[in-house]
Design a protein around this ligand. Structure first.
Ligand code: AHR
Length: 652
């Protein structure tokens, strides 16, 4: 192979490799967002989802979900627990968590809740316990001093043991009724010690990818099954206890493993997404609903005409934390456009602007410096364009510097140059969001997908992709082969992200996924390490690579790409051997200056295409480091069977 080190090509975008986050597979509640209580505010339907009555077994009928004089108007339901004297049972409730609660020995958990004594109640307090199985108590604390008025109480529970499936039990200390709401059990240990922060091991796995961007909050959940169930970012900011939950689209039975108890609490909301992006050094990339429900192209469309009922000024004064009112459940396109403009103000506006003030009030005086927004997800054709055009015009008129990621349909083999894409070009969309979920062979066969893509017009945002064959290492290696094509075409491919990102081992709807976790542990799949090797070795400028005899990339199952890492003064070569035999290769680093005598190799390999990492064996397929020698500008290297190798050499 010849690497033209002396003829550097296009710059590689700093944001080239990033993350796609969607609340699917328990990625948010039960995953990244570490609240341990499921349905903490009794707002989900059925209102006692996740809860069990201690008195009289499972009979929750003796407990009533009420709405009179609630703590919060936006979260009106609360639970009245009424102890019945003489039953001999404990009067109280138990929460099951998200497939249990992950509790660590020595760690501290803040239990907080709102409570008030019922009329004439003898119960003045309660005992809170973390339990494991029928008999084990991991932590216990008393809360006393309940009054007839709503008050917030908090106590810290310190665990004496580790348990992946613990439960929280609250028992009244006397006869009578107590009203309870917003019952939260939150670990003190969060990433960067943030209040309402995120699960540290999962954030660390994200950070270790050095992602260029974070796309959020999805995926199909942006749109919702119906427009009424769409993601509304304004409902996800402000006081956590006042955020109104919503059924999760992935609750539905479209996948074999639908999880009927799946909802979005929005504890991880837009403020927290922006903060996460900042914490992991990624550009935030929110995707907004364009006025269409999930993959809809004829039903559930927001009418284009209509007056703007959408200028939802944020609440001021004592109700500043209440979600603002923002239109009806049957909104016109204006509402969606206004939401986008308000989001840009929330992210970047000064403290003196209404939405900028909301950001400042949440503890982030500096702007988030938002540069990109996505408009629609997996939508296409005339109905999309009719909505996209006024949407994009309004955004550009007020915020000309914002780059817009426009949508393309879910069509791995779709025509790149179809009418919609052409029109998006005419409308000067900066990026087109292409998605591909396909078999591994599709990825290997399409490593040239962008070789002939027009060099003018919108760039490509490969916003979701994954090889979805049966064998994890086959999938990962095929993705690596495809990614050499992204890298070779870095002049038109500006951003790319694997999807979906997370999956809970006991609560998933979609495979494959990049990172798996249970309530205590997590691991990256082989695809995770492919992403990491590309991201950490993305370099700054593409170097042309020629295969022997000028063969096409992928000929004889050999794939290659190369970049210069200018700040490091290094040449970086990526090689994929998709064959069962070792493959000797000779490399000529043509035109290179100041070459080192030795180089560093990182190899991700397994002769077994079925190889996978797991919670018990998280490092079965991970990169292995080694060194190699150069002879002048030449390198002789033997690629392992079924391997992805990154070679780094000093040189310019
Ligand atoms: O990543 C899972 C889903 O795949 C996304 O929600 C959607 O955009 C795509 O169809």
């Amino acid at each position: 192979l010849t690497v033209q080190v002396g003829k550097p090509g296009a710059a590689v975008n700093k944001t080239m490799y990033g993350l796609f986050f969607e609340d699917i597979n328990f990625a948010a509640d039960g995953g990244l967002y570490p609240e341990l209580v499921k349905n903490k505010s009794f707002e989900i339907s059925p209102n006692l989802l996740g809860w069990r009555a201690l008195q009289s077994g499972d009979n929750l009928e003796i407990y009533a979900v009420r709405t009179e004089q609630p703590v919060s108007a936006s979260s009106p339901h609360y639970l009245r627990v009424a102890a019945r004297p003489g039953t001999g049972d404990e009067a109280g409730i138990e929460n099951e968590g998200f497939r249990g609660m992950g509790i660590r020995q020595g760690a501290e958990y803040t239990l907080s809740f709102w409570a008030r004594r019922g009329p004439g109640s003898g119960a003045r307090g309660l005992t809170a316990s973390l339990t494991a199985g029928k008999t084990k108590t991991l932590a216990q604390a008393q809360v006393t001093g309940l009054t007839g008025q709503w008050q917030k109480y908090a106590v810290v529970l310190r665990a004496t043991d580790t348990e992946a499936k613990a439960k929280l039990k609250l028992v009244l200390d006397g006869p009578g009724a107590v009203d309870l709401d917003a019952i939260s059990l939150f670990p003190k240990d969060t990433y960067n010690n943030r209040p309402n922060g995120l699960r540290p091991d999962l954030v660390q796995l994200l950070k270790d990818l050095q992602p260029g961007f974070l796309r959020f909050p999805g995926g199909c959940i942006v749109e919702g099954r119906t427009l009424a169930e769409r993601y509304q970012w304004k409902k996800t900011i402000g006081d956590v206890d006042g955020r109104e939950p919503l059924i999760n689209l992935w609750n539905m039975g479209i996948r074999p493993r639908a999880t009927p108890d799946y909802y979005q609490s929005f504890g991880l909301g837009f403020f927290e997404y922006f903060q996460l992006a900042e914490d992991i050094g990624a550009e935030p990339l929110p995707v907004l609903n364009v006025g269409m429900s999930c993959q809809s192209n004829s039903a559930e469309l927001a009418p284009i005409t209509g007056t703007s009922s959408a200028s939802a000024a944020p609440a001021k004064g004592p109700n500043a934390d209440a979600p603002p009112s923002f239109g009806t459940d049957d909104p016109s396109l204006d509402v969606f456009i206004q939401d986008a403009l308000d989001l840009l103000e929330f992210a970047n506006g000064p403290a003196s602007s209404p939405w900028g003030a909301r950001r400042v009030a949440m503890g982030h005086p500096k702007p988030f410096n938002l540069k990109y927004i996505g408009v629609g997800n997996e939508q296409w054709g005339q109905q999309y364009l009719e909505r996209y055009e006024p949407f994009a015009k309004a955004v550009k008129a007020k915020y000309p510097g914002i780059a817009i990621v426009s949508s393309a349909g879910p069509r791995p083999d779709g025509d790149l140059f179809d009418k919609a894409s052409k029109r998006l070009g005419e409308l000067k969309a900066e990026y087109i969001d292409e998605h591909y979920y396909a078999l591994p062979e599709w990825f290997r066969e399409h490593a040239d997908r962008y070789d002939n893509y027009p060099r003018t017009g919108p760039k490509i945002f490969a916003g979701e992709y994954a090889a979805n064959g049966q064998h994890p290492w086959d999938n990962a290696l095929s993705e690596a082969a495809f990614m050499t094509g992204l890298e070779r075409n870095a002049d038109v491919v500006g951003m790319a992200a694997y999807a979906p990102l997370f999956a809970h081992v006991n609560a998933w709807q979609w495979t494959p996924d990049l990172i798996w976790f249970d309530n205590l542990r997590a691991f990256g799949t082989p695809s995770y390490y492919v992403q990491q090797l590309f991201s950490l070795n993305k370099g700054t400028r593409v170097l042309p690579v020629a295969l022997p005899g000028q063969a096409k990339n992928g000929t004889d199952n050999l794939f290659a790409s190369a970049v210069a890492d200018e700040p490091a003064g290094e040449v970086v070569i990526k090689l994929i051997n998709y064959s069962a035999s070792p493959r000797p290769v000779s490399l000529d680093l043509a035109g290179a200056k100041k070459l080192g005598k030795t180089g560093r190799a990182q190899t991700l390999a397994s002769a077994d295409l079925q190889a996978q990492n797991s919670l018990d064996e998280p490092r079965k397929v991970v990169p292995q480091a080694s060194t190699f020698s150069l002879s002048g500008s030449k390198v002789s290297y033997t690629l392992a069977p079924y391997s992805f190798t990154v070679l780094r050499v000093k040189g310019t």
